[in-house]
Design a protein around this ligand. Structure first.
Ligand code: NAD
Ligand code: MG
Length: 405
């Protein structure tokens, strides 16, 4: 890219998180090409303040209004031009600004749905890390992308890998293709297996939040770390892949690959299997999506296959990891089942992190929530939000009645 090209303007939703920080690291390596227009965070004033001082955005949003007030005060002297906004509606506002080109959706959980959807509705290039948004609203979200000529690029390492291994004609919006027509038989979604891959059911009874958050290969936020340990993360990714690549759970095979070097694969009808490899560092998919269709440096250490020595593969044991089975089943049921799955999971994971629920009880709470609620086929945004709220309350009640104390 020549330096005379105007900088690409970015709204970074969830800038203080793991993906947010990695995104700023990549952007910082290409200051001529990218400009941060808006940064957002939930409550972390200290971290957002430092990021504002470094990147001097036009807008800074804190969902917590008291936190927004504090940030405003602290920026007042040195950065009076930064517009500080408070509240969840401000996330939607900065994701929809006419002047921005790219929205990095890196909020964790259902809280990311409305701003991520707004970015699609405003025809932005959406860099999707917030998989929960797609799990909740898949059909509606994909429709918003198509109708508003938005561009959706996956940041989740597996989906970014699949995107890179798919024939580009599959994403040509002027022609509709099926996977079969482009010669793809199935997708191989790799999973590290998380910190408890080798544990037996007995050992899983006693694991702590600290152990669950110590992922062997990736540094991530606490919620996704627990999801990786239960393998719900892989379940959410199966659902995410179904929407992103217009396919069904039957065409997605999860393969355990403990080294996290192959980020996923696409299998073709002639027997070819294409894979994308790299060190486990989210700056690779972030740089890929920011520069797409070009390539740019990310700061990631080059892959040294000789040093890695070997790549292993195993089948997944669904009795040890029932969350993955629940996700497959919810996607097969369709409608609001994945909304309920996601909401119950968020509540159960938080209860586990708060030491109110044992690790093995996470799946039980999700299954009980799905069983307690009626699933609806028809999905509009109001239905999604109402079912999400109801599922959260149902999961809380199940925990309070059956598990606490
Ligand atoms: P994180 O917990 O490190 O960061 C979350 C960010 O969201 C923070 O900036 C926080 O301020 C913001 N946030 C939290 N709750 C919020 C709320 N209620 N309203 C508005 N903002 C809120 O999480 P992370 O690991 O960066 O993950 C972010 C998303 O990316 C998740 O959906 C995760 O599944 C996905 N993802 C992460 C990784 C990774 O390596 N970390 C990899 C693939 C996908
Ligand atoms: Mg992933």
């Amino acid at each position: 890219m020549s330096t005379s090209t105007p900088a690409v303007k970015i709204t970074l939703l969830g800038s203080t998180g793991s993906i947010g920080v990695s995104t700023l690291d990549v952007v910082n390596q290409h200051p001529q090409q990218f400009e941060i227009t808006a940064l957002t965070a939930n409550t972390n004033v200290k971290k957002l303040l430092i990021q504002c001082q470094q990147f001097n955005p036009r807008y800074a949003v804190m969902v917590d209004v008291d936190a927004a007030e504090q940030l405003k005060k602290q920026l007042h002297q040195t950065h009076p031009d930064i517009i500080v906004l408070g509240g969840a509606e401000a996330l939607v506002q900065v994701a929809s600004l006419p002047e921005i080109d790219v929205v990095m959706a890196a909020i964790v959980g259902g809280a990311g749905l409305l701003p991520t959807l707004a970015a699609a509705q405003h025809g932005k290039r959406v860099l999707l890390a917030n998989k929960e948004a797609l799990v909740m609203s898949g059909q509606l979200f994909m429709q918003a992308v198509t109708e508003n000529q938005a561009e959706l690029l996956p940041i989740d390492s597996e989906h970014n890998a699949i995107f890179q291994c798919m024939p580009s004609v599959y994403f040509d919006k002027t022609q509709a293709h099926t996977l079969q027509q482009v010669g793809v038989t199935h997708i191989l979604l790799t999973a590290s297996g998380g910190p408890f891959r080798t544990y037996n059911l007995e050992q899983l009874q006693r694991v702590t939040p600290e152990q669950a958050c110590a992922h062997p290969n990736w540094q991530m936020g606490r919620k996704i770390s627990v999801d990786s340990a239960t393998m719900m993360n892989k379940g959410l990714e199966v659902i995410e892949a179904c929407w992103l690549f217009a396919t069904t759970p039957a065409k997605i095979e999860v393969v355990l690959h403990p080294q996290s070097v192959i980020h996923s694969m696409v299998a073709y009808t002639d027997g070819s299997v294409l894979a994308q490899l790299g060190n486990p560092d989210m700056r690779t998919p972030i740089a890929h999506a920011l520069a797409y269709p070009q390539r740019m440096s990310s700061g990631v250490t080059p892959l040294d296959l000789v040093k890695i020595g070997r790549l292993d593969f195993e089948a997944v044991d669904l009795t040890k990891f029932p969350c993955l089975r629940l996700a497959y089943e919810a996607m097969q049921v369709g409608g609001t089942a994945t909304v309920i799955l996601n909401a119950a999971n968020e509540i159960a994971v938080q209860a586990f992190l708060d030491k109110q629920l044992r690790f093995v009880e996470i799946a039980a709470v999700i299954e009980a929530t799905l069983a307690a609620m009626t699933q609806h086929e028809f999905i509009d945004l109001n239905t999604i939000l109402a079912e999400d709220a109801l599922a959260r309350q149902t999961a809380r009640d199940i925990i309070a009645t059956n598990y606490r104390g």
